[in-house]
Design a protein. Structure first.
Length: 240
């Protein structure tokens, strides 16, 4: 099951004003996220799915609004994340303050000791700080091995630096005796997925992926996380 960079903890009333713009900004920066409306399907057990989302996510971003403070369910999510933070000793909860400061800290005095960001600080500032916190490494060469037992759709997810967004990116892939080269541009996007297929070969050969300009790259199996994908199933050359 795919891990996520962040779990978005919020009150339902705050979706249109805060969560939806925030999710759009995360997508444009190649940051993966768990948000209830995209993850919980009709008939599924809500508590089970939310616990699953919390366990899959590196950070929990909390939208501290008055609506949040008035609702029991999102507060239960926050308390679960704070308990995890206490037990592991690692930073988990990333608060975004929207309601009045004195109201929030009166209800959650433990949050007073946390450095928080304000929604009014600007969305780009918040997302940039999150990118830094996630420790994105941009480089030219990457190596990955898919599980030997897996067969089906696989992908290479590419995130570029903002200053290289409009540049053409050239890549080369070496996978066993096969090689593929190509180039693409992101357009207005900052990330995309190169989609191909792994056969039922019971092998786990390393994929050597080179790209210029340098990018942050991840690999995975199943459906790509991005809406925009490039099919690279064709054009491979046997080089040995």
């Amino acid at each position: 099951m795919d891990t996520r960079d962040v779990f978005i903890c919020h009150a339902r009333k705050d979706k249109s004003n805060y969560v939806h713009p925030f999710v759009a900004a995360l997508k444009s920066h190649g940051i993966t996220f768990w948000v209830d409306e995209a993850e919980i399907n009709w008939g599924e057990r809500i508590t089970r799915k939310i616990n699953e989302g919390l366990s899959l996510s590196r950070f929990v971003i909390v939208f501290l609004t008055q609506s949040f403070l008035d609702r029991n369910w999102p507060q239960a999510e926050l308390e679960s994340a704070l308990n995890l933070e206490t037990s592991t000793g690692e930073v988990v909860v990333l608060p975004i303050l929207i309601a009045a400061e004195e109201v929030v800290f009166n209800q959650y005095p433990l949050l007073r000791d946390k450095l928080f960001l304000r929604w009014e600080d600007d969305l780009d500032v918040i997302v940039t700080k999150l990118v830094e916190l996630l420790g994105r490494e941009f480089k030219h060469q990457w190596i990955y091995c898919h599980p030997a037992a897996y067969a089906g759709k696989v992908w290479i997810r590419v995130l570029t630096k903002p200053e290289n967004n409009k540049a053409f990116h050239e890549y080369a892939i070496r996978w066993g005796p096969w090689e593929k080269k190509g180039k693409f541009s992101f357009g207005r996007r900052k990330c995309l997925s190169l989609e191909h297929t792994k056969g039922d070969d019971k092998l786990s050969m390393p994929i050597f992926f080179t790209i210029s300009p340098e990018c942050y790259v991840t690999f995975g199996q199943g459906e790509p996380l991005d809406d925009y994908t490039i099919d690279i199933n064709f054009g491979w050359l046997r080089v040995e």
